[in-house]
Ligand binder design. Structure first.
Ligand SMILES: CC(C)(COP(=O)(O)OP(=O)(O)OC[C@H]1O[C@@H](n2cnc3c(N)ncnc32)[C@H](O)[C@@H]1OP(=O)(O)O)[C@@H](O)C(=O)NCCC(=O)NCCS
Length: 198
């Protein structure tokens, strides 16, 4: 498996409808493996199909062209002039091939063109692997004052602590990537024919 071996395309409503079984199976696999380091609640049809502001512009998926199965996704939506990644997953058999980076690069490039400022994500406080992965790829962790910005801008509740958020008994790091500091626009290059064919 190489980076070029998967097709990255927009996770549109049509793709979700067509590939809902793949998406649910992949999400369930990761819930079973990671539990609360990911989310104890697996996503089903309502969560994948939920219509959120900008979701169908900012969500991306990676498909194995040989099997036509979705092997990775980032589900994101927008708040104010920021993009929030709700769910990020790559199938364990396909990891360490740059697919996670490719998904985010597409998200960043598209969001930069449409002048979004930041990309944020919440990481369960004990998912060190994902937290370090975000930090290595240019995200930084929000601290108390910035966490207040995040809560207000997203309109969500929680208690900002020194380096994480407490909400409903759960702890999350909040990480943020400055989209406008990207030096160039990466190719968004996902034409519908390619996306629809996979
Ligand atoms: C986090 C996650 C999405 C990363 O996906 P991924 O496709 O493995 O990520 P990438 O391949 O882009 O990057 C992983 C590493 O592989 C390396 N890599 C990239 N291409 C590579 C290649 N061809 N050969 C070897 N290594 C490679 C990257 O440099 C990166 O190294 P790092 O660990 O030092 O950062 C994936 O591990 C995952 O699904 N985890 C479980 C779900 C989860 O925790 N989600 C986040 C919850 S908040």
């Amino acid at each position: 498996m190489t980076t070029e071996a998967v097709a990255v395309g927009q996770l549109t409503q049509h793709v979700v409808a067509r590939s809902i079984d793949d998406l649910i199976a992949l999400d369930r696999l990761i819930v079973n493996q990671l539990g609360k380091r990911y989310d104890v609640h697996p996503w089903g049809v309502p969560e994948f199909e939920l219509d959120l502001p900008g979701k169908w512009d900012h969500s991306w998926c990676a498909t194995d062209p040989a099997t036509k199965v979705i092997v990775g996704y980032v589900v994101a939506s927008e708040f104010s002039n920021n993009v929030h990644a709700h769910r990020v997953a790559v199938h364990p058999n396909y990891r360490r091939n740059g697919i996670g980076i490719q998904l985010f690069n597409q998200l960043f490039a598209h969001a930069k063109m449409t002048e979004f400022e930041y990309c944020t994500a919440q990481v369960p406080y004990d998912n060190n692997a994902a937290f370090e992965w975000y930090l290595r790829h240019g995200f930084h962790v929000l601290r108390k004052a910035e966490l207040k910005w995040y809560l207000e801008a997203r309109g969500v509740t929680g208690v900002p602590e020194e380096d994480h958020l407490e909400s409903d008994g759960d702890r999350h790091w909040v990480v943020r990537y400055p989209i406008q500091r990207l030096t160039s626009n990466l190719p968004t290059a996902i034409d519908d024919s390619q996306t629809e064919a996979t």
